[in-house]
Design a protein around this ligand. Structure first.
Ligand code: NAD
Length: 485
Protein backbone atom coordinates (compact mmCIF):
# COMPACT_ATOMS: atom_id res chain seq x y z
CA UNK A 1 0.00 0.00 0.00
CA UNK A 2 1.22 3.53 -0.72
CA UNK A 3 0.51 6.62 1.33
CA UNK A 4 0.74 10.33 0.63
CA UNK A 5 3.86 11.45 2.47
CA UNK A 6 4.58 14.87 0.96
CA UNK A 7 3.97 18.38 2.26
CA UNK A 8 0.83 20.19 1.10
CA UNK A 9 1.66 23.79 0.19
CA UNK A 10 -0.35 26.16 -2.03
CA UNK A 11 -2.80 23.35 -2.89
CA UNK A 12 -0.03 21.10 -4.26
CA UNK A 13 1.78 18.13 -2.79
CA UNK A 14 5.53 18.81 -2.82
CA UNK A 15 8.69 17.14 -1.56
CA UNK A 16 10.45 18.84 1.33
CA UNK A 17 13.37 21.01 0.29
CA UNK A 18 15.06 19.97 3.54
CA UNK A 19 15.72 16.56 1.97
CA UNK A 20 14.82 15.02 5.33
CA UNK A 21 12.34 12.22 5.86
CA UNK A 22 11.11 9.99 8.65
CA UNK A 23 9.22 6.75 8.88
CA UNK A 24 6.04 5.62 10.61
CA UNK A 25 6.04 2.34 12.54
CA UNK A 26 2.94 0.36 13.47
CA UNK A 27 3.03 0.07 17.29
CA UNK A 28 0.94 -3.10 17.19
CA UNK A 29 3.69 -5.20 15.63
CA UNK A 30 6.72 -2.98 14.97
CA UNK A 31 6.39 -3.19 11.17
CA UNK A 32 7.16 -0.14 9.06
CA UNK A 33 3.98 1.44 7.74
CA UNK A 34 5.90 3.75 5.44
CA UNK A 35 9.25 5.40 5.06
CA UNK A 36 9.90 8.71 3.36
CA UNK A 37 7.47 11.00 5.19
CA UNK A 38 8.75 14.46 4.32
CA UNK A 39 10.05 16.56 7.21
CA UNK A 40 9.68 20.30 6.66
CA UNK A 41 12.76 22.43 7.34
CA UNK A 42 13.11 26.21 7.55
CA UNK A 43 12.80 26.76 3.78
CA UNK A 44 9.67 24.57 3.59
CA UNK A 45 8.05 26.35 6.53
CA UNK A 46 8.84 29.71 4.91
CA UNK A 47 7.19 28.56 1.67
CA UNK A 48 4.08 27.40 3.53
CA UNK A 49 3.87 30.66 5.49
CA UNK A 50 4.38 32.73 2.32
CA UNK A 51 1.61 30.77 0.57
CA UNK A 52 -0.69 31.44 3.54
CA UNK A 53 0.27 35.14 3.56
CA UNK A 54 -0.54 35.54 -0.13
CA UNK A 55 -3.79 33.61 0.25
CA UNK A 56 -4.86 35.81 3.18
CA UNK A 57 -5.07 38.84 0.88
CA UNK A 58 -7.92 37.20 -1.02
CA UNK A 59 -9.48 34.94 1.65
CA UNK A 60 -10.16 37.83 4.05
CA UNK A 61 -12.28 39.46 1.35
CA UNK A 62 -14.37 36.38 0.67
CA UNK A 63 -17.86 36.60 2.09
CA UNK A 64 -18.67 34.39 5.06
CA UNK A 65 -21.09 32.46 2.85
CA UNK A 66 -18.32 31.75 0.32
CA UNK A 67 -16.00 30.50 3.05
CA UNK A 68 -18.81 28.36 4.45
CA UNK A 69 -19.40 26.77 1.05
CA UNK A 70 -15.85 25.35 0.98
CA UNK A 71 -16.20 24.18 4.56
CA UNK A 72 -19.49 22.36 3.91
CA UNK A 73 -17.94 20.71 0.85
CA UNK A 74 -14.96 19.67 2.99
CA UNK A 75 -17.37 18.06 5.47
CA UNK A 76 -19.14 16.16 2.68
CA UNK A 77 -15.86 14.93 1.18
CA UNK A 78 -14.44 13.75 4.51
CA UNK A 79 -17.73 12.04 5.33
CA UNK A 80 -17.37 10.01 2.15
CA UNK A 81 -14.07 8.53 3.37
CA UNK A 82 -14.39 8.29 7.15
CA UNK A 83 -13.16 4.70 7.26
CA UNK A 84 -10.04 5.47 5.24
CA UNK A 85 -9.05 8.23 7.66
CA UNK A 86 -9.78 6.00 10.66
CA UNK A 87 -7.53 3.24 9.30
CA UNK A 88 -4.67 5.68 8.69
CA UNK A 89 -4.85 6.66 12.35
CA UNK A 90 -5.07 3.06 13.55
CA UNK A 91 -2.02 1.83 11.65
CA UNK A 92 0.08 4.85 12.64
CA UNK A 93 -0.54 5.11 16.37
CA UNK A 94 -2.53 2.03 17.30
CA UNK A 95 -5.87 3.65 18.08
CA UNK A 96 -8.48 0.86 17.99
CA UNK A 97 -10.49 1.16 14.80
CA UNK A 98 -13.77 1.26 16.75
CA UNK A 99 -12.58 4.39 18.56
CA UNK A 100 -10.93 5.94 15.50
CA UNK A 101 -14.26 5.67 13.65
CA UNK A 102 -16.14 7.36 16.50
CA UNK A 103 -13.60 10.19 16.51
CA UNK A 104 -13.89 10.52 12.72
CA UNK A 105 -17.70 10.69 12.84
CA UNK A 106 -17.34 14.01 14.65
CA UNK A 107 -15.00 15.60 12.12
CA UNK A 108 -17.61 16.58 9.49
CA UNK A 109 -19.84 17.75 12.34
CA UNK A 110 -17.16 20.25 13.42
CA UNK A 111 -16.59 21.49 9.86
CA UNK A 112 -20.33 22.15 9.48
CA UNK A 113 -20.67 23.72 12.93
CA UNK A 114 -17.98 26.29 12.20
CA UNK A 115 -19.19 26.81 8.61
CA UNK A 116 -22.39 28.00 10.26
CA UNK A 117 -20.48 30.76 12.06
CA UNK A 118 -18.63 32.04 8.97
CA UNK A 119 -21.39 34.47 7.88
CA UNK A 120 -22.49 35.38 11.40
CA UNK A 121 -19.42 37.13 12.77
CA UNK A 122 -20.77 40.45 13.95
CA UNK A 123 -19.55 43.28 16.10
CA UNK A 124 -20.82 45.86 18.58
CA UNK A 125 -21.24 49.57 18.81
CA UNK A 126 -21.32 51.94 21.77
CA UNK A 127 -23.08 55.29 21.52
CA UNK A 128 -21.72 58.73 22.21
CA UNK A 129 -21.63 58.94 26.01
CA UNK A 130 -20.88 62.55 26.77
CA UNK A 131 -17.53 62.16 25.00
CA UNK A 132 -18.65 63.03 21.45
CA UNK A 133 -17.41 59.68 20.20
CA UNK A 134 -19.27 56.73 18.72
CA UNK A 135 -17.39 53.45 19.13
CA UNK A 136 -17.59 50.44 16.82
CA UNK A 137 -16.03 47.06 17.69
CA UNK A 138 -15.05 44.82 14.80
CA UNK A 139 -13.68 41.29 15.06
CA UNK A 140 -10.67 40.80 12.82
CA UNK A 141 -8.81 37.64 11.82
CA UNK A 142 -5.14 37.45 12.81
CA UNK A 143 -3.87 36.67 9.29
CA UNK A 144 -1.48 33.74 8.99
CA UNK A 145 -2.02 31.28 11.84
CA UNK A 146 -0.54 27.91 12.72
CA UNK A 147 -1.60 24.76 14.49
CA UNK A 148 0.69 22.17 16.06
CA UNK A 149 -1.01 18.87 16.85
CA UNK A 150 -0.52 15.89 19.16
CA UNK A 151 -1.15 12.34 17.94
CA UNK A 152 -3.76 10.93 20.29
CA UNK A 153 -6.84 12.16 18.43
CA UNK A 154 -5.33 13.71 15.35
CA UNK A 155 -8.41 14.44 13.27
CA UNK A 156 -10.45 16.00 16.07
CA UNK A 157 -7.49 18.08 17.20
CA UNK A 158 -6.92 19.28 13.65
CA UNK A 159 -10.53 20.17 12.82
CA UNK A 160 -10.96 22.04 16.12
CA UNK A 161 -8.14 24.33 15.04
CA UNK A 162 -8.51 24.70 11.27
CA UNK A 163 -12.31 24.95 10.97
CA UNK A 164 -12.83 27.94 13.31
CA UNK A 165 -9.61 29.59 12.09
CA UNK A 166 -10.62 29.63 8.43
CA UNK A 167 -14.28 30.39 9.23
CA UNK A 168 -12.95 33.54 10.94
CA UNK A 169 -10.99 34.49 7.80
CA UNK A 170 -7.48 33.41 8.78
CA UNK A 171 -5.19 31.29 6.63
CA UNK A 172 -3.41 28.32 8.10
CA UNK A 173 -0.28 26.21 8.34
CA UNK A 174 -0.77 22.92 10.19
CA UNK A 175 2.01 20.77 11.59
CA UNK A 176 0.84 17.27 12.33
CA UNK A 177 2.49 14.96 14.84
CA UNK A 178 5.36 12.85 13.59
CA UNK A 179 3.63 9.86 15.23
CA UNK A 180 0.39 10.09 13.23
CA UNK A 181 1.02 12.16 10.10
CA UNK A 182 -0.64 10.07 7.39
CA UNK A 183 -4.33 10.89 7.91
CA UNK A 184 -3.74 14.62 8.19
CA UNK A 185 -1.44 14.72 5.15
CA UNK A 186 -4.17 12.94 3.17
CA UNK A 187 -6.47 15.91 3.85
CA UNK A 188 -4.58 17.95 1.22
CA UNK A 189 -6.41 16.64 -1.82
CA UNK A 190 -9.74 17.13 -0.02
CA UNK A 191 -8.86 20.75 0.74
CA UNK A 192 -8.21 21.35 -2.96
CA UNK A 193 -11.37 19.53 -4.07
CA UNK A 194 -13.46 21.45 -1.53
CA UNK A 195 -12.54 24.66 -3.34
CA UNK A 196 -10.28 26.35 -0.79
CA UNK A 197 -8.02 28.70 -2.78
CA UNK A 198 -4.29 27.81 -2.89
CA UNK A 199 -2.48 28.66 0.34
CA UNK A 200 -5.54 28.95 2.60
CA UNK A 201 -4.73 25.65 4.34
CA UNK A 202 -1.19 24.22 4.20
CA UNK A 203 0.03 21.05 5.89
CA UNK A 204 3.60 20.29 6.91
CA UNK A 205 4.96 17.32 8.81
CA UNK A 206 8.09 16.84 10.85
CA UNK A 207 9.17 16.49 14.45
CA UNK A 208 9.40 19.11 17.19
CA UNK A 209 11.97 21.12 15.27
CA UNK A 210 9.38 21.83 12.54
CA UNK A 211 6.94 22.92 15.24
CA UNK A 212 9.53 25.25 16.72
CA UNK A 213 10.02 26.87 13.29
CA UNK A 214 6.31 27.73 13.29
CA UNK A 215 6.27 28.88 16.92
CA UNK A 216 9.19 31.22 16.26
CA UNK A 217 8.12 32.44 12.80
CA UNK A 218 7.98 36.20 12.35
CA UNK A 219 5.03 36.13 9.93
CA UNK A 220 2.69 33.90 11.92
CA UNK A 221 0.44 35.87 14.26
CA UNK A 222 -1.24 33.15 16.24
CA UNK A 223 -0.32 29.56 17.03
CA UNK A 224 -2.57 26.99 18.63
CA UNK A 225 -0.63 24.16 20.22
CA UNK A 226 -1.85 20.79 21.49
CA UNK A 227 0.68 18.63 23.28
CA UNK A 228 2.61 18.22 26.49
CA UNK A 229 3.14 20.99 29.01
CA UNK A 230 6.91 20.77 28.45
CA UNK A 231 6.61 21.43 24.69
CA UNK A 232 3.90 24.05 25.26
CA UNK A 233 6.30 26.00 27.43
CA UNK A 234 8.84 25.98 24.56
CA UNK A 235 6.19 27.14 22.09
CA UNK A 236 5.22 30.06 24.32
CA UNK A 237 8.88 30.89 24.79
CA UNK A 238 9.53 30.87 21.03
CA UNK A 239 6.47 33.06 20.47
CA UNK A 240 7.71 35.55 23.04
CA UNK A 241 11.21 35.62 21.61
CA UNK A 242 10.03 36.11 18.00
CA UNK A 243 7.08 38.39 17.24
CA UNK A 244 4.95 38.01 20.42
CA UNK A 245 2.37 36.00 18.51
CA UNK A 246 -0.76 34.97 20.39
CA UNK A 247 -0.52 31.43 21.76
CA UNK A 248 -3.26 29.00 22.67
CA UNK A 249 -2.04 26.03 24.71
CA UNK A 250 -4.02 22.79 25.01
CA UNK A 251 -1.76 20.81 27.32
CA UNK A 252 -1.70 17.79 29.59
CA UNK A 253 -3.36 16.94 32.86
CA UNK A 254 -3.45 14.75 35.94
CA UNK A 255 -7.16 15.06 36.35
CA UNK A 256 -8.99 13.93 39.48
CA UNK A 257 -12.03 11.70 39.64
CA UNK A 258 -13.80 12.20 42.99
CA UNK A 259 -15.97 9.28 44.07
CA UNK A 260 -18.36 10.07 46.95
CA UNK A 261 -19.96 7.37 49.09
CA UNK A 262 -23.45 7.90 47.59
CA UNK A 263 -22.29 7.30 44.00
CA UNK A 264 -23.86 4.54 41.94
CA UNK A 265 -21.14 1.92 42.29
CA UNK A 266 -21.59 0.09 39.00
CA UNK A 267 -21.69 3.28 36.90
CA UNK A 268 -18.68 4.65 38.77
CA UNK A 269 -16.65 1.49 38.28
CA UNK A 270 -17.40 1.34 34.56
CA UNK A 271 -16.58 5.00 34.04
CA UNK A 272 -13.29 4.76 35.95
CA UNK A 273 -12.20 1.61 34.13
CA UNK A 274 -13.59 1.37 30.57
CA UNK A 275 -14.17 5.14 30.45
CA UNK A 276 -10.70 5.99 31.72
CA UNK A 277 -8.98 3.38 29.55
CA UNK A 278 -10.51 4.61 26.29
CA UNK A 279 -7.70 5.18 23.74
CA UNK A 280 -5.49 3.19 26.16
CA UNK A 281 -5.51 6.07 28.64
CA UNK A 282 -3.98 8.39 26.04
CA UNK A 283 -6.59 11.12 26.45
CA UNK A 284 -5.51 14.52 27.77
CA UNK A 285 -8.63 14.88 29.91
CA UNK A 286 -8.49 11.31 31.29
CA UNK A 287 -9.06 11.28 35.06
CA UNK A 288 -5.98 9.29 36.04
CA UNK A 289 -6.18 10.13 39.77
CA UNK A 290 -9.13 8.53 41.54
CA UNK A 291 -10.02 9.89 44.97
CA UNK A 292 -12.54 7.64 46.69
CA UNK A 293 -14.38 8.23 49.97
CA UNK A 294 -12.93 6.00 52.65
CA UNK A 295 -16.11 4.15 53.68
CA UNK A 296 -16.76 2.72 50.19
CA UNK A 297 -13.10 2.25 49.25
CA UNK A 298 -12.94 -1.54 49.89
CA UNK A 299 -15.88 -2.39 47.55
CA UNK A 300 -14.72 0.18 45.01
CA UNK A 301 -11.16 -1.16 44.88
CA UNK A 302 -12.30 -4.77 44.64
CA UNK A 303 -14.67 -3.87 41.78
CA UNK A 304 -11.99 -1.83 40.04
CA UNK A 305 -9.55 -4.74 40.02
CA UNK A 306 -12.16 -6.98 38.36
CA UNK A 307 -13.02 -4.34 35.73
CA UNK A 308 -9.36 -3.64 34.91
CA UNK A 309 -8.65 -7.36 34.54
CA UNK A 310 -11.65 -7.69 32.21
CA UNK A 311 -10.33 -4.81 30.11
CA UNK A 312 -7.06 -6.65 29.59
CA UNK A 313 -9.05 -9.26 27.68
CA UNK A 314 -10.22 -6.71 25.09
CA UNK A 315 -6.68 -5.51 24.40
CA UNK A 316 -5.21 -6.56 21.08
CA UNK A 317 -4.92 -5.82 17.36
CA UNK A 318 -6.36 -2.33 16.92
CA UNK A 319 -7.65 -3.19 13.43
CA UNK A 320 -9.94 -5.83 14.96
CA UNK A 321 -13.35 -4.16 15.44
CA UNK A 322 -13.80 -6.00 18.76
CA UNK A 323 -10.61 -4.56 20.25
CA UNK A 324 -11.20 -1.87 22.86
CA UNK A 325 -7.60 -1.38 24.04
CA UNK A 326 -4.72 -1.00 21.63
CA UNK A 327 -0.98 -0.57 22.07
CA UNK A 328 0.70 2.63 23.22
CA UNK A 329 1.34 5.00 20.31
CA UNK A 330 4.98 4.09 19.71
CA UNK A 331 8.13 2.72 21.33
CA UNK A 332 8.95 6.07 22.98
CA UNK A 333 5.50 6.26 24.58
CA UNK A 334 5.78 2.60 25.65
CA UNK A 335 9.19 3.24 27.24
CA UNK A 336 7.84 6.34 28.99
CA UNK A 337 4.90 4.47 30.55
CA UNK A 338 7.12 1.50 31.52
CA UNK A 339 9.49 3.89 33.29
CA UNK A 340 6.56 5.24 35.34
CA UNK A 341 5.62 1.66 36.28
CA UNK A 342 9.16 1.07 37.50
CA UNK A 343 9.17 4.36 39.39
CA UNK A 344 5.82 3.45 40.96
CA UNK A 345 7.11 0.06 42.07
CA UNK A 346 10.28 1.52 43.56
CA UNK A 347 8.28 4.21 45.38
CA UNK A 348 6.65 1.39 47.34
CA UNK A 349 3.08 1.86 46.01
CA UNK A 350 0.94 -1.25 45.99
CA UNK A 351 -0.03 -2.59 42.56
CA UNK A 352 -3.67 -3.67 42.54
CA UNK A 353 -3.43 -5.13 39.04
CA UNK A 354 -1.21 -4.89 35.95
CA UNK A 355 2.19 -3.23 36.24
CA UNK A 356 3.83 -5.13 33.36
CA UNK A 357 3.85 -5.22 29.57
CA UNK A 358 1.35 -7.48 27.83
CA UNK A 359 2.86 -10.10 25.57
CA UNK A 360 6.27 -9.89 23.96
CA UNK A 361 5.57 -7.95 20.79
CA UNK A 362 4.09 -4.54 20.18
CA UNK A 363 3.73 -1.64 22.58
CA UNK A 364 1.10 -3.24 24.83
CA UNK A 365 0.95 -2.58 28.58
CA UNK A 366 -1.48 -4.25 31.01
CA UNK A 367 -4.13 -1.90 32.43
CA UNK A 368 -2.62 -0.95 35.79
CA UNK A 369 -3.86 0.40 39.12
CA UNK A 370 -1.57 1.67 41.89
CA UNK A 371 -3.02 2.03 45.39
CA UNK A 372 -2.28 4.83 47.84
CA UNK A 373 0.89 6.26 46.27
CA UNK A 374 2.82 8.91 48.14
CA UNK A 375 1.62 12.38 47.14
CA UNK A 376 5.18 13.15 45.97
CA UNK A 377 5.51 9.98 43.86
CA UNK A 378 5.79 10.69 40.12
CA UNK A 379 2.91 8.27 39.39
CA UNK A 380 0.70 10.56 41.50
CA UNK A 381 1.99 13.96 40.34
CA UNK A 382 2.91 13.49 36.66
CA UNK A 383 0.86 12.86 33.55
CA UNK A 384 1.65 9.27 32.49
CA UNK A 385 -0.58 9.22 29.37
CA UNK A 386 -1.20 5.50 29.38
CA UNK A 387 -3.41 2.82 31.00
CA UNK A 388 -2.26 3.61 34.53
CA UNK A 389 -4.59 4.76 37.31
CA UNK A 390 -3.73 5.79 40.86
CA UNK A 391 -6.24 5.54 43.73
CA UNK A 392 -6.20 7.36 47.06
CA UNK A 393 -8.86 7.73 49.73
CA UNK A 394 -10.38 10.75 51.47
CA UNK A 395 -12.67 11.27 54.44
CA UNK A 396 -14.50 14.56 53.86
CA UNK A 397 -15.61 16.74 50.96
CA UNK A 398 -13.12 19.44 51.96
CA UNK A 399 -10.28 16.94 51.96
CA UNK A 400 -11.33 15.64 48.53
CA UNK A 401 -11.31 19.16 47.11
CA UNK A 402 -7.94 19.93 48.59
CA UNK A 403 -6.46 16.73 47.15
CA UNK A 404 -8.11 17.27 43.75
CA UNK A 405 -6.73 20.80 43.43
CA UNK A 406 -3.25 19.95 44.74
CA UNK A 407 -1.75 19.69 41.25
CA UNK A 408 -0.03 22.00 38.80
CA UNK A 409 -2.56 20.91 36.16
CA UNK A 410 -6.17 22.02 35.67
CA UNK A 411 -7.64 20.36 32.61
CA UNK A 412 -10.57 18.20 33.72
CA UNK A 413 -12.29 16.62 36.71
CA UNK A 414 -15.13 14.18 37.31
CA UNK A 415 -17.45 13.93 40.30
CA UNK A 416 -19.38 10.76 41.14
CA UNK A 417 -22.36 11.40 43.40
CA UNK A 418 -26.14 11.32 43.29
CA UNK A 419 -26.36 14.49 45.41
CA UNK A 420 -26.83 17.33 42.95
CA UNK A 421 -26.27 20.01 45.59
CA UNK A 422 -22.92 18.51 46.43
CA UNK A 423 -22.04 18.18 42.74
CA UNK A 424 -22.71 21.88 42.17
CA UNK A 425 -20.85 22.91 45.31
CA UNK A 426 -17.78 20.83 44.47
CA UNK A 427 -17.72 21.64 40.76
CA UNK A 428 -17.67 25.36 41.58
CA UNK A 429 -14.48 24.93 43.60
CA UNK A 430 -12.58 22.56 41.30
CA UNK A 431 -9.67 24.17 39.45
CA UNK A 432 -10.35 22.54 36.09
CA UNK A 433 -11.43 23.75 32.66
CA UNK A 434 -14.14 21.11 32.49
CA UNK A 435 -16.04 19.18 35.18
CA UNK A 436 -18.17 16.16 34.32
CA UNK A 437 -20.73 14.59 36.62
CA UNK A 438 -20.93 10.78 36.78
CA UNK A 439 -18.82 10.23 33.65
CA UNK A 440 -15.37 10.92 32.21
CA UNK A 441 -14.99 13.96 29.95
CA UNK A 442 -16.43 13.48 26.48
CA UNK A 443 -15.83 16.02 23.70
CA UNK A 444 -18.66 18.51 23.29
CA UNK A 445 -19.28 20.55 20.16
CA UNK A 446 -20.63 23.72 21.72
CA UNK A 447 -19.18 23.87 25.26
CA UNK A 448 -15.63 25.22 25.63
CA UNK A 449 -12.66 22.93 26.23
CA UNK A 450 -9.32 24.03 27.61
CA UNK A 451 -7.13 24.14 30.66
CA UNK A 452 -6.55 26.13 33.81
CA UNK A 453 -3.15 26.43 35.53
CA UNK A 454 -0.39 24.54 33.65
CA UNK A 455 -2.88 22.68 31.46
CA UNK A 456 -2.86 25.72 29.21
CA UNK A 457 -4.93 28.70 28.19
CA UNK A 458 -7.36 29.58 25.44
CA UNK A 459 -10.42 27.53 24.55
CA UNK A 460 -11.50 25.24 21.73
CA UNK A 461 -14.99 24.19 20.64
CA UNK A 462 -18.18 26.22 20.58
CA UNK A 463 -18.31 29.95 19.99
CA UNK A 464 -15.34 30.25 22.39
CA UNK A 465 -13.21 28.28 19.90
CA UNK A 466 -14.24 30.70 17.14
CA UNK A 467 -13.58 33.87 19.15
CA UNK A 468 -10.07 32.62 19.95
CA UNK A 469 -9.24 33.12 16.24
CA UNK A 470 -10.49 36.72 16.15
CA UNK A 471 -9.15 39.91 17.69
CA UNK A 472 -11.37 42.86 18.58
CA UNK A 473 -10.62 46.18 16.95
CA UNK A 474 -12.13 49.49 18.10
CA UNK A 475 -13.03 52.04 15.45
CA UNK A 476 -13.87 55.37 17.04
CA UNK A 477 -15.78 58.19 15.32
CA UNK A 478 -15.25 61.72 16.59
CA UNK A 479 -18.70 63.35 16.32
CA UNK A 480 -17.44 66.76 17.39
CA UNK A 481 -17.10 68.05 13.84
CA UNK A 482 -19.22 71.00 12.66
CA UNK A 483 -21.85 70.07 10.08
CA UNK A 484 -21.05 71.21 6.53
CA UNK A 485 -24.53 72.79 6.16
P1 NAD B 1 4.43 16.61 22.49
O1 NAD B 1 4.48 17.84 23.30
O2 NAD B 1 5.59 15.70 22.53
O3 NAD B 1 4.18 16.95 20.95
C1 NAD B 1 3.05 17.66 20.50
C2 NAD B 1 3.38 18.34 19.19
O4 NAD B 1 4.35 19.34 19.44
C3 NAD B 1 3.99 17.42 18.13
O5 NAD B 1 3.50 17.79 16.87
C4 NAD B 1 5.48 17.70 18.26
O6 NAD B 1 6.19 17.45 17.08
C5 NAD B 1 5.46 19.18 18.57
N1 NAD B 1 6.62 19.70 19.28
C6 NAD B 1 7.48 19.05 20.10
N2 NAD B 1 8.42 19.90 20.56
C7 NAD B 1 8.12 21.12 20.05
C8 NAD B 1 8.72 22.41 20.15
N3 NAD B 1 9.80 22.63 20.90
N4 NAD B 1 8.14 23.45 19.49
C9 NAD B 1 7.04 23.24 18.75
N5 NAD B 1 6.45 22.04 18.58
C10 NAD B 1 6.99 20.99 19.23
O7 NAD B 1 3.10 15.86 22.94
P2 NAD B 1 2.55 14.48 22.37
O8 NAD B 1 3.32 13.37 22.97
O9 NAD B 1 2.42 14.56 20.90
O10 NAD B 1 1.07 14.48 22.93
C11 NAD B 1 0.74 14.07 24.23
C12 NAD B 1 0.48 15.30 25.08
O11 NAD B 1 -0.52 16.11 24.48
C13 NAD B 1 -0.06 14.93 26.44
O12 NAD B 1 0.56 15.74 27.40
C14 NAD B 1 -1.54 15.25 26.33
O13 NAD B 1 -2.17 15.52 27.54
C15 NAD B 1 -1.50 16.45 25.43
N6 NAD B 1 -2.79 16.67 24.77
C16 NAD B 1 -3.55 17.73 25.17
C17 NAD B 1 -4.79 17.94 24.59
C18 NAD B 1 -5.66 19.09 25.01
O14 NAD B 1 -6.55 19.45 24.25
N7 NAD B 1 -5.43 19.69 26.17
C19 NAD B 1 -5.26 17.07 23.60
C20 NAD B 1 -4.45 16.01 23.22
C21 NAD B 1 -3.21 15.82 23.81
Amino acid sequence: MTYETRLFINNEYVDAKSGETFSVTNPCNGTTVTEGVQAAGAEDVDLAVEAAAQAYKGWRKWSGAQRAKCMHKMADLIERDLEKFAILETISMGQPISIAKKFMDNVPVYWRYYAGFADKIGGESYPEDGDSRVKMVQYMPYGVCAGIAAWNGTHLTVVKKIAPAVAAGNTFVLKVSEKSPLGAIALGSYIKEAGFPPGVINIVSGAGVTGSLLAGHMKIWKVSFTGSTASGRKVQDAATKSNLKVVTLELGGKSPSIVFNDADLETTLTMNSRGFLSNTGQICAACSRVLVQEDIAPQFIQGLRKKFQEMSEVMGDPLDPNTFLGPLADQAQFDRVMSFLEAGKSSGSEILTGGVRKGNTGCFIEPTVFLDPDTNASIYTDEIFGPVLVVKTFKTEDEALEMANATSYGLAASIYTRDITRALRVSALLEAGTVTLNAPYGATLNAPFGGMKQSGHGRESGKYGLMDWLQPKAVVFNMDVPSKD
